[in-house]
Design a protein around this ligand. Structure first.
Ligand code: GUN
Length: 299
């Protein structure tokens, strides 16, 4: 049997519509500043999509395109200015940054109340302590969790007590995903490149999250029958079948194989990626509401 396909685009559009409506009813025009350093083509695509979504929500949206040669001091000065700008509620610095810049220093410089990526140590600490009502939660795992809840609703399953295996231990996805699933009472394993017998560990999972950046690494026989499979990978690979020099996007999961075994699965593209942007809009509205002392909506 074929898995239930978790359509990220549909859920993301509904989330964005709710964010726009909540902003209107709160009388807020949240301001989002997105900073891109350098000209990485994938980052340019992501940043463009973030700005377009912000405009769709009726937000005040600013994009700063800085050259690859930007110094750390210059970037820190821009962040300081945005921290003090009352029209800005959310600040996002697109990663990865050029090697000459210390990313942790930059992320720490962002006012934690405006840290809509949830990467500041204060927000990381609040999430690790389970204080979600005051934390800002990283967008990709927050979006993945909404899709996991959808899958559970569709399958008539309860997330509580499930075995969750996350492949990948990044600060952006793997670690915060583990915190979120732990807070939802899953039994969580964070696997990674040094994990012994990764296929066997993956096969234990009722919820399998792949976030490693290796095209189609998770094979069909790594998936427990009926499992919820969340593919966070976005990998561009050669597609000679489409013509010379053509490429296509694939996830970290071999979709054709895994979708024959899983109970529910996210496609790439059109799965988690769309949710990341929707949750960024949600976080920007939450940040704006908190800054203004209003009750923040929940997404
Ligand atoms: N690079 C890849 N994912 C992300 C993200 O969620 N936020 C930022 N700032 N950079 C990223």
């Amino acid at each position: 049997m074929s898995a239930y396909v978790l359509d990220g685009a549909v859920v993301a559009d509904a989330t964005i519509a709710r964010v726009a409506e909540s902003a209107r009813s709160l009388g807020l025009t949240p301001g989002l500043a997105v900073v891109l350093v350098g000209s990485d083509p994938a980052s340019q695509v992501y940043v463009g999509a973030k700005g377009r979504a912000a405009k769709l929500c009726g937000f005040h949206s600013l994009q700063f395109d800085l050259p690859e040669t930007t110094g750390e001091g210059e970037l820190l000065a821009l962040i300081d200015r945005l921290n003090r700008d009352p029209a800005i509620d959310g600040i996002l610095v697109q990663l990865p940054l050029p090697k000459a810049i210390d990313s942790s220093r930059v992320l720490e410089a962002i006012d934690s109340a405006k840290d809509v990526d949830g990467f500041h140590p204060v927000n990381v600490g609040l999430a690790a302590s389970g204080v979600f009502e005051r934390a800002l939660i990283p967008c990709t795992p927050a979006g993945a969790l909404i899709l996991i809840d959808r899958a559970c609703a569709h399958l008539g399953a309860k997330l509580v007590g499930m075995e969750a295996v996350i492949i990948g231990r990044s600060n952006i996805v793997g670690k915060p995903m583990a915190q979120l699933l732990l807070a939802r009472n899953c039994t969580v394993t964070t696997a990674h490149s040094r994990t012994r017998d990764l296929p066997a560990v993956a096969r234990r999972a009722d919820v399998l999250v792949a976030a490693v950046g290796r095209p189609e690494m998770v094979r069909g026989d790594w998936v427990k029958p009926g499992a919820i499979v969340i593919d966070v990978g976005v990998n561009r690979i050669a597609a000679p079948e489409r013509g010379e020099g053509k490429t296509r996007l694939v996830g970290d999961v071999a979709y054709a194989e895994a979708s024959q075994v899983a109970g529910a699965i996210t496609p790439v593209p059109g799965g988690v990626g769309k949710m990341t942007i929707a949750m960024l809009m949600a976080n920007t509205l939450v940040a704006a509401a908190r800054i203004k002392g209003l009750a923040a909506p929940k997404f």
